[in-house]
Design a protein around this ligand. Structure first.
Ligand code: CTP
Ligand code: CA
Length: 228
């Protein structure tokens, strides 16, 4: 797909996207993270730029190529991501939380490497405390003309869980995907998603993440046209 072949439907729109799994330090050498590759968020950022949007991508991963024409910023922890998303939020027209945010972080980050010998039992405990829910906090601040989109990667009751997240977090859309199917999602180049809003549920076929991304913006535009 080349930029010039696509209608510039996002021209003049500021698009803010998070991508990747957050990284929560335990000590200088260890961390808590998750299996998110960041590919879906990067595909969304690239698609938004191809469609003419002014795109900022807040990413936890340096493993992927920066999408052409996109401003990329790097963060690690959920709290850093929270700060950056709120920093850009007010100026943004479309905001997509594609990042897999660690629900908990280590309560205390050790300043030196934790030694095995410090522990006198074979059970090791790390106290965790909850991270802020970034999507919900953006949902609470959202203006009427902003579009807020979250993800729900689920292994069970995919659509029910996604519908609950739509309500709970004040998002306009939740992009649900079933991650119990090991052949798609996470590090895969393909995804199969259902787009859920208050009054619509649109299941897309399994396809490359770049195409899923274009379909997401296509759907948003069909929705905005209908409301206009
Ligand atoms: N999310 C977020 N901040 C968090 C946790 C999640 O912004 N602390 C966002 C994710 O980026 C995603 C959406 O919320 O867009 C759903 O994430 P998910 O982990 O599925 O939701 P949780 O509310 O954490 O529920 P659970 O993990 O228990 O299923
Ligand atoms: Ca979670």
């Amino acid at each position: 797909v080349a930029r010039h072949t696509l209608p510039q439907v996002l021209s003049g729109q500021r698009v803010l996207i998070s991508a990747g799994g957050t990284v929560e330090a335990i000590d200088p050498v260890r961390y808590i993270s998750n299996r998110s590759s960041g590919k879906m968020g990067y595909a969304l950022a690239q698609a938004a730029s191809w469609l003419g949007g002014d795109v900022t991508l807040v990413s936890t991963t340096k493993a992927l190529t920066e999408p052409a024409g996109v401003q990329v910023e790097y963060v690690q922890s959920a709290r850093e991501l929270h700060e950056r998303m709120h920093h850009y939020f007010e100026q943004a027209d479309i905001v997509i939380m594609a990042a897999a945010v660690s629900d908990y972080r280590a309560k205390n980050i050790a300043s030196s490497k934790i030694k095995k010998s410090q522990q006198d039992t074979q059970v090791m405990q790390i106290d965790l405390e909850e991270n802020p829910d970034i999507l919900a906090s953006l949902g609470a601040k959202k203006a009427l003309d902003q579009v807020l989109i979250g993800f729900a990667a689920e292994t069970d009751d995919v659509l029910d869980n996604a519908r609950a997240k739509l309500r709970r977090k004040g998002a306009d859309w939740i992009i649900a995907n079933d991650v119990s199917d090991q052949s798609i999602g996470f590090n895969s180049d393909e995804n199969q998603v259902t787009l859920i809003s208050q009054d619509q549920e649109i299941s897309l076929p399994r396809m490359r993440k770049e195409v899923v991304a274009l379909e997401v913006f296509q759907t948003l535009f069909a929705d905005c046209d209908e409301r206009a």
